[in-house]
Design a protein around this ligand. Structure first.
Ligand code: C6P
Length: 405
């Protein structure tokens, strides 16, 4: 299979629009990706033809919608090669998936137990663990990040010990683009007797993930970065890990029996899906994954890398740009500081050229502190970006510079 970004672009209606009279160049897909027609139509189609609540009805529409919802769970399973669809819990995103684990697994923790994180975590994989520090006296340890943005594995190993109960780490950094050595992380953590949660919000978009090969206990990802809708994400948990977790929220469909005196709970995954779930969003996510499956994912990854390298090559070592994160094998994310300019001003000027980049802390304040910066600008590349757009981005950076030089 070959891959042509120009053909793919035609499947994304929004990419035809203009911003400030210029063709939109969307380089903010790490924040949230645009949606192909396959996703838009799957969601609209469900609302127009087969919509009802799931797992509750006897009538035809309820059954059809339940089938579509469970089919989406199967797609979500296939994406990461989980052993069973029962290991896939729908959440509203990566953030909720991590909160679920922290909250439920946290009930088995006590003061002095240790959670090992890394300095490159998104707040979604820091704050839920801080809750446990505040409430229970659990100790958080942060594995150091090297100057090039790679994880210091020696430093990581030194943090593991008999008190480590959980290692929670990003598979791919949303700021640095670093792809962490997750097999090694899982192996080392298990050897120390700890469980592992991987934050796959960025990685799952760009790389093939196999949770069985990784032997990871929990894996989290979001739909909206994966060309699917917002409001839907996945928590994967090994069957025996999910079975051991107490419920996260209470409500309809997560129970076995409810009496005035007592309750029993449903088995996973339904134990963790209280209330009416995000039905349309799950259908949209399933459509996004099925659509991605029609593409040559290796060719897509190669194209995204080519975009990143094109920007680097065209900047040609410009000394007025400092890239943050240059680890070998990193993904297609270009975080940078421009000499004399605040990242927000850079992003605002780029917007005048129709170019969307993100600027700020990227919800990763400990990492910003590690690199001694208060903010960075970030261009993140997706399958629908072209080499022409990469060139236009560099051209716009050169023009932006003249405002500050
Ligand atoms: N990062 C970014 O611009 P949610 O918001 O739940 O879908 O995903 C949270 C999250 C968790 N981990 C990583 C590595 C992430 O990149 C994100 C989301 C976006 O970088 C929005 S802050």
């Amino acid at each position: 299979m070959s891959f042509d970004p120009h053909t793919i672009r035609a499947e994304f209606p929004i990419l035809g629009r203009e911003v400030h009279g210029k063709p939109l160049i969307y380089l903010d897909s790490a924040a949230s990706a645009q949606k192909p027609r396959a996703v838009i139509q799957a969601m609209a189609g469900a609302m127009e033809h087969a919509y009802a609540n799931v797992h509750r009805g006897i009538h035809s529409l309820a059954n059809e919608t339940t089938d579509a919802y469970e089919k989406a769970r199967e797609s979500a399973r296939r994406l990461i090669n989980a052993a069973s669809a029962q290991e896939i819990v729908f959440t509203k995103g990566t953030t909720e998936a991590i909160n679920l684990v922290a909250s439920s697994f946290g009930q088995s923790l006590k003061a002095g137990d240790e959670i090992v994180l890394t300095q490159m975590e998104h707040h979604a994989n820091i704050v839920p663990w801080h809750f446990l520090r505040e409430r229970l006296g659990v100790v958080l340890r942060f594995a150091p990040v090297r100057e090039d943005g790679s994880l210091d594995m020696e430093g990581f190993r030194r943090l593991l010990g008999p008190k480590t109960r959980m290692v929670a780490a990003s598979h791919m950094s949303n700021v640095l683009g670093t792809i962490n050595p997750v097999s090694e992380i899982v192996y080392e953590a298990h050897a120390a007797g700890a469980l592992v949660l991987l934050d796959g919000a960025q990685a799952v978009v760009h790389a093939k993930v196999d949770v069985q090969a990784l032997d990871v206990d929990f894996y989290a990802y979001s739909g909206h970065k994966l060309y699917g809708p917002t409001g839907i994400g996945v928590l994967y948990g090994k069957a025996e890990r999910l079975a051991a977790l107490p419920p996260y929220q209470g409500g309809g469909e997560m129970i076995g029996v409810v009496t005035e005196e007592a309750i029993t709970y449903a088995d996973p995954p339904h134990r963790f899906e209280a209330g009416t779930p995000p039905i349309l969003e799950a259908i949209g996510l399933g459509a996004a994954i099925d659509w991605l499956d029609t593409l040559d994912r290796d060719a897509v990854a190669a194209h995204e890398h080519a975009l990143y390298h094109r920007v680097k090559e065209r900047l040609n070592g410009a000394n007025w740009i400092t890239e943050i994160g240059t680890a070998p094998g990193k993904g297609a994310i270009f975080s940078f500081a421009m000499e004399g300019a605040h990242a927000h001003d850079v992003a605002q000027i780029l917007d005048r050229y129709g170019i969307a980049v993100r600027a700020g802390t990227h919800c990763a304040e400990p990492l910003m502190r590690r690199f001694g910066v208060t903010a960075s600008a970030r261009a993140s590349f997706a399958l629908y970006n072209t080499l022409e757009e990469a060139d236009a981005f560099v051209e716009a950076l050169n023009r932006t510079r003249t405002f500050f030089a």
